[in-house]
Design a binder for this molecule. Sequence first.
Ligand SMILES: [Fe+2]
Length: 628
Amino acid sequence: MLSSLCKLLLIGRRFCGGIMVFYMLILLGIISNLFSFGASSGEQPLSRIAIHKATFAIHGSAYVKASPNVLGLKGENKEWVTLEYSHPDPSSDDWIGVFSPANFSSSVCEPENERVYPPTLCTSPIKFQYANYKNNAYNKTGKGSLKLQLINQRDDFSFALFSGGFSNPKLVAVSNAVIFANPKAPVYPRLAQGKSWNEMTVTWTSGYNIDEAIPFVEWFAQGTPIRSPAGTLTISRSSMCGAPARTVGWRDPGYIHTSFLKDLWPNLKYTYRLGHKLSNGSYVWSRLYSFRASPYPGQESLQRVVIFGDMGKAEADGSNEYNNFQPGSLNTTDQLVKDLKNIDIVLHIGDLCYANGYLSQWDQFTAQIEPIASTVPYMVGSGNHERDWPGTGSFYGNKDSGGECGVLAETMFYVPAENRAKFWYKTDYGMFRFCVADTEHDWRPGTEQYKFIEHCLASVDRQKQPWLIFLAHRVLGYSSDYSYSVEGSFQEPMGRESLQELWQKYKVDIALYGHAHNYERTCPVYQNSCVRNASNLYTGPFAATTHVVVGGGGAALSYFTTLRTKWSHFQDVDYGFVKLTAFNHSTLLLEYKKSSDGKVYDHFTISRDYRDILACAFDSCARTTLAT
Ligand SMILES: [Fe+2]
């Protein structure tokens, strides 16, 4: 058993020959402050398993058996495996880690410099579960079984049983390898609007490099299918800015392809599939998907938009859950999937999957949202958990991205930004204009981003696109979240001071944010004062922007201050999302729905005519002349 284990780990060549127990790593250790994280700290569950020396504690009679050996025989990219395991000396803190590649090896780990040791073995598991999960008898009998869900992510898997908990892991046994029938298959398409209204982009992941196969999308509405070429990007370990993304969290993200489907007919339904033409002339295909093309800007038709932040990911099999961090994400995903025929476009405004430098989680996230993102444009914003890293140009010098410094988000998802590393962009959807800011880069007057924001707000024809929406990850407007109240700002410092004149001048209807993991709606507010009383119906001319925090997409909730402000109208500490419905050019409905039941818990309607936009509100119009 040990020799096969050493072979499996590839470390036998160096260390195993004859010595049965020794110090040799293996990943996994501990997390520093197990119970000290704050509700919105964004701790990645895998970070509980840090880089500490582990020991072998091989039991000749211990085993883990995984079946079936081959998954996805009918083309599935998500499958369940069953583990049977036995440990003669069981304990309640025994756990099982899922590793991929199955040969998790010290030889693939390069220390950041020669003085860094450990890590020697540099592979975090993709996920983990306690051996006694749903196996009450395990603590006595040492026998258990577990069902785990795997997704196709370009390599094989093995399952390792550890004793000693997370703080002192001892490797007891490793299973046989399990693999998908085609591990390189094209998977998890995500749609995004292109730079023009009649262009849809399709981004997906595969195991095929460009010297192995030519990537493309085959698509059609009626008649003969068209093939559109795709570009290919890769991500190297050296492009990561720090640990864990460069060390234990690194896992090859594969090949990321994007194809641009152009000259679409408004509202027409298209069918598509992902393709790779191999060098031998044969093809590898995904299954068929479909989407509806975006409406022409200004077009009057029913248009429904879902907006939320901070969703994260969770495992359907219950693994990785020890800190209850992203418990709402599956509920949110499920509600959106259930209502997908009534949703036209989704905006996820930052803190996407909280991979935090554990790169395998991006595959997990794109697999989770696949039913949504493959069907409607899934437009993303950048948050602290995508971008922030010291010394890399992020506005905040913290380590929230786990060393990813934006590279994963900017590559895994397409956004119609001029420069994808500067994550601000505009996108039009029928009667809507969305201006998406990037709070992880400076937005203050004089910056490149400030110029973009003003241009985005100023350049929309409100007669055709009356509904002007501003979005950002951090709260640049108003929030009663406890953390913002402690700072005394009720906003991100330097947020609204810089921007409120723009929102007022350009009559932004609604500004939405994430980052604070709750829901809150203000009155129409300007310079800290309600310009109008909060209501469920606003008619007539614009008064001021309504600010909405919708950061309860799935990550652990955060609480409000008990201080009462005049501008805060509705607060809810729960998981949920916002749905905007534009019925026509004069009626816009905002609904806040809980992820648990999909029902509406707050709403308001804006009802107005075009001439109402031309009327002046306080600070919203230039001075006029009385000359005739
Ligand atoms: Fe955040």
